[in-house]
Design a binder for this molecule. Structure first.
Ligand code: AMP
Length: 405
């Protein structure tokens, strides 16, 4: 974690005294569920297994807490963590106790009754609106459940919620979990001390979502490659024809200014030179490649074209570090997934020392293609990793520092 400012003031998991202690672990168990309430993808549960297993091995009494979905501060059975607790038990190969709330006398008793090595999963934190409002009283009640606190939920560290900000400042014995430590180390290095040259690739839907990330990356990277719908707003700023493609007209001015700023930052912004197009978003019909960067009237850009794919792979050559976030096209709709898959393969095959995927939709593309081992780090937090790169304060990380609270 050494490249993240102040990380020397954050304890690592193995520096925390946990034997026979009740340890509150803020995990990110916000997993997708099927209509009949089963866990359909347990990646996030698996991601926190090393931390939970390390605590069990040291004889901690483990209390896992998470949010799931958006229950808007009320109990909603659709978002119960009960199936998640069951899946965690299967993965750990041990019984996991489920508590039907996260605060209250009964839960307090359950926490006290926990034996070393046992695991308790609390009900959804967001069944209480006090969680997202970071109310002191709620954080205090959570603090009474535990003797030590561990944050392993990188995906929510950009939010100042009770379980990520208020609670840790009330618990002196606190540390980063193994997953969080990995995220801080990988993204901290990317932001503060990347091997150079650094090449960034950004895609996805909107310039408005990623303008700040692009600006932050301009000053660190030698090149920023832009794909996805975002690219059309930039192309419009360069007077290219964009057909019926998704352009954020109110962002064209900003896109033009970013292109100008890149010149003074000595960073090349590289835009697509051709596209795969369809008729409409819902009914694209057969995909057609354009001849150049212009998109004909009545056609919609839905992916990067073959010449752009080759160009982007070439531009990655010689990179020491690569950061990628966001699909190159509408990867949910084949064949418009091909540009994204091509890029994922090009990064996986590239010999760069550091290859980081910043989470979100790009992770799905990497998983689909089975390319996980071609990356040095795949972040579990899309929004969180982008906010960290923007240089914003991460309340969930700050509140772990030993001199806070
Ligand atoms: P984001 O969450 O910003 O990374 O955006 C991901 C979304 O951008 C995905 O749902 C993609 O389908 C969408 N997207 C990528 N390229 C295009 C495109 N050319 N036209 C419309 N949507 C796109």
């Amino acid at each position: 974690m050494k490249d993240y400012p102040g990380s020397e003031r954050i304890l690592r998991l193995d520096q925390l005294e946990v034997s026979n202690k009740r340890v509150f672990v803020r995990v990110d168990f916000n997993v997708p569920l099927t209509d009949d309430g089963k866990v359909s993808d347990d990646t996030r549960i698996r991601a926190s297994l090393p931390t939970i297993q390390a605590l069990i091995a040291k004889g901690a009494r483990v209390i896992c807490a998470s949010h799931l979905g958006r229950p808007k501060g009320k109990r909603d059975e659709k978002y119960t963590l009960e199936p998640v607790a069951a899946r965690l038990g299967e993965l750990l190969g041990t019984d996991v106790i489920f508590a039907d709330n996260c605060i209250g006398d009964g839960i307090h008793r359950q926490s006290r009754d926990l034996r070393p090595g046992q695991v308790l999963v609390l009900e959804n934190l967001r069944f209480h609106e006090a969680e997202e409002k970071n109310e002191h009283d709620f954080a205090f009640k959570l603090s009474q459940l535990c003797d030590a606190y561990v944050n392993d939920a990188f995906g929510t560290c950009h939010r100042a919620h009770a379980s990520t900000a208020g609670l840790p400042s009330l618990v002196k014995a606190r540390a980063a979990g193994l997953l969080l430590e990995k995220e801080i180390a990988a993204l901290g290095t990317l932001i503060h001390n990347p091997p150079r040259p650094l090449v960034a690739i950004l895609g996805g839907a909107k310039v408005s979502d990623k303008a700040k990330v692009i600006e932050a990356l301009l000053v660190k990277s030698s090149k920023v490659l832009v794909g996805g719908a975002m690219a059309y707003t930039f192309l419009r700023a360069l007077q290219c024809k964009t057909g019926t493609s998704r352009v954020e007209t109110e962002m064209v001015g900003l896109a033009g200014r970013i292109l100008e700023r890149a010149k003074t930052a000595d960073c090349k912004i590289i835009l697509p030179m051709d596209h795969m197009t369809g008729l409409t978003f819902d009914h694209p019909g057969p995909a057609q490649a354009t001849e150049n960067a212009h998109i004909p009237d009545g056609r919609m850009g839905l992916d990067i074209g073959p010449r752009t794919r080759a160009l982007f792979a070439k531009e990655l050559e010689g990179a020491a570090a690569i950061f990628w976030n966001g699909p190159m096209g509408v990867f949910e709709k084949p064949p418009f997934d091909e540009g994204t898959t091509f890029l994922a393969k090009a990064i996986a095959a590239n010999p760069a020392k550091v290859k980081i995927c910043g989470g979100g939709d790009s992770v799905a593309a990497i998983n689909q293609a089975g390319l996980e081992s071609g990356f040095t780090h795949i972040s579990t937090g899309g929004g969180a990793s982008l906010e960290m790169i923007e240089g914003r304060t991460m309340p969930g990380i700050e509140s772990l520092k030993q001199d806070i609270g």
